[in-house]
Write a protein that binds this ligand. Structure first.
Ligand SMILES: C[S@@+](CC[C@H](N)C(=O)[O-])C[C@H]1O[C@@H](n2cnc3c(N)ncnc32)[C@H](O)[C@@H]1O
Length: 394
């Protein structure tokens, strides 16, 4: 029992690091399986035909054999291997070392140690193609002032360009979890200057070779005009930007709904549009969390964490976690599987949490459980209503 739990925790840490880009490498050792010559397996992330994969180096006594697999295949392998064939596993991420160990007593342990200044390696394999979005021949990157006309990334845009690629890296693995063929109608709510909207369209159209319809929704007219002009210059016929508010947008038929840093309850409006449209994938990076913070502050409920939340900064963090935790519960109520993880280092922005919902099926038992948790959370923190809960009418 303890082994399965610890192994699952290790697998979850691995999956999170793969999704949020902090994965460095994973090693398996202390082999007890049937292959007499096998000693270790070393796993690293690679790009194959621009798709992220995991490369497994099987180290035998006298030779190495390398095989490539998808993330999902490796998750299944780890489930089979941990604690049985391999008794030790180490995951290195950019911020920690995580050690799974199965002891002779039959008990398993998981140890996590923080590390500093470790970078994720550049992806190897397809040499010179280690970015899903390459800067060469990309008129839109020039128009967005990321590159010069020759495709050289400007010095002051290096960070932005890395972020764009990191974002596409994360989305590409999320898209693989749904049927990639479904990634056709995409809405990017609060698209701003469109950096990520353009990159996503480029990835879907030119890397995945789909025929996507991507729409950016933005209430600033100047940005909509600018982005439509750039899309036209780039010949991106399936990409358009519309002026308007998120809550007014008709999202019918949207397969993938994205909202990155849409302010306060605009994130709830976006999530609800995705739920209504039965989108396969909903990806939001919340911005500020004023609606819930105001209510928590107003009621100042005495609870077990009042000793923390009398400090403004902890109150702020609590408001963030409660707002986003309830968002995840509402998604679960509607049958979505959820993941919440940090998607860029907080050195770039403190607004770095990504909430991901992948559409599954609803069942009464889990709906009732999600509702109960929402009610409990509201009671505990003194919240009258959560904007998303009100939109959803639950
Ligand atoms: C912080 S920017 C983020 C832009 C882009 N998503 C990104 O991550 O680079 C948020 C954008 O959302 C727009 N916005 C905020 N609330 C909105 C709403 N309710 N409807 C439409 N646009 C909204 C703002 O005008 C702004 O351009």
């Amino acid at each position: 029992m303890n082994v399965t739990e610890k192994a699952q925790e290790f697998i979850t840490e691995s999956e999170n690091s793969l999704h949020n880009g902090s994965f460095v490498k994973l090693s398996l050792g202390n082999y007890h399986g049937t292959d007499e010559s096998l000693k270790n397996v070393y796993i690293k992330k690679v790009l194959i035909k621009k798709e992220p994969r995991l490369s497994l180096a099987y180290r035998h006594k006298t030779r190495d054999i390398t095989k490539n697999h998808t993330f999902e295949e490796v998750t299944e392998m780890l489930k089979q291997w941990l604690g049985t064939e391999f008794r030790v596993a180490t995951l290195q991420t950019t911020d920690s070392d995580i050690l799974f160990e199965m002891h002779p007593s039959g008990k398993a342990t998981l140890k996590k140690k923080a590390v500093a200044n470790r970078e994720a390696p550049a992806l190897s394999h397809d040499k010179n193609k280690n970015r899903l979005i390459s800067p060469a021949d990309k008129g839109y990157l020039f128009d967005l002032k990321i590159t010069d006309q020759q495709g050289n990334v400007f010095h002051n845009a290096q960070d932005k360009f890395r972020q764009i690629n990191h974002y596409i890296d994360i989305l590409s693995s999320l898209i693989r979890e749904i049927d990639p063929g479904k990634a056709v109608r995409v809405a990017d709510m609060g698209s701003g200057k469109g950096y990520l909207t353009f990159a996503l369209y480029d990835y879907l159209k030119n890397v995945l070779k789909l025929d996507p319809q991507v729409t950016g929704i933005e209430f600033r007219e100047d940005l909509v005009t600018l982005c439509n002009q750039i899309a036209q210059n780039a010949g991106f016929a399936g990409l358009s930007f519309r002026e308007g508010t998120i809550d007014q947008f008709d999202a019918t038929g949207t397969n993938i709904l994205i909202a990155l840093h849409a302010c306060d309850t605009a994130t709830d409006d976006a999530i609800f549009k995705g739920i209504e449209a039965k989108s396969d994938l909903i990806v939001v990076a919340p911005c500020c969390h004023k609606q819930i913070r105001r209510q928590i502050e107003k009621h100042r409920t005495e609870n077990d964490v009042s000793f923390l939340t009398r400090h403004g900064i902890f109150l702020e963090r609590q408001a963030e976690m409660v707002t986003d935790g309830i968002r995840a519960l509402v998604l679960e109520y509607f049958g979505y599987k959820t993941k919440v993880f940090e998607f860029i280092s907080d050195a770039h922005t403190p607004k770095n949490v990504l909430i991901v919902g992948t559409r599954g099926s609803r069942n009464e038992k889990s709906q009732a459980a999600a509702l109960e948790k929402i009610r409990e959370a509201k009671r505990f923190f003194g919240i009258e209503y959560h904007h998303l809960e009100r939109l959803a009418g639950i």
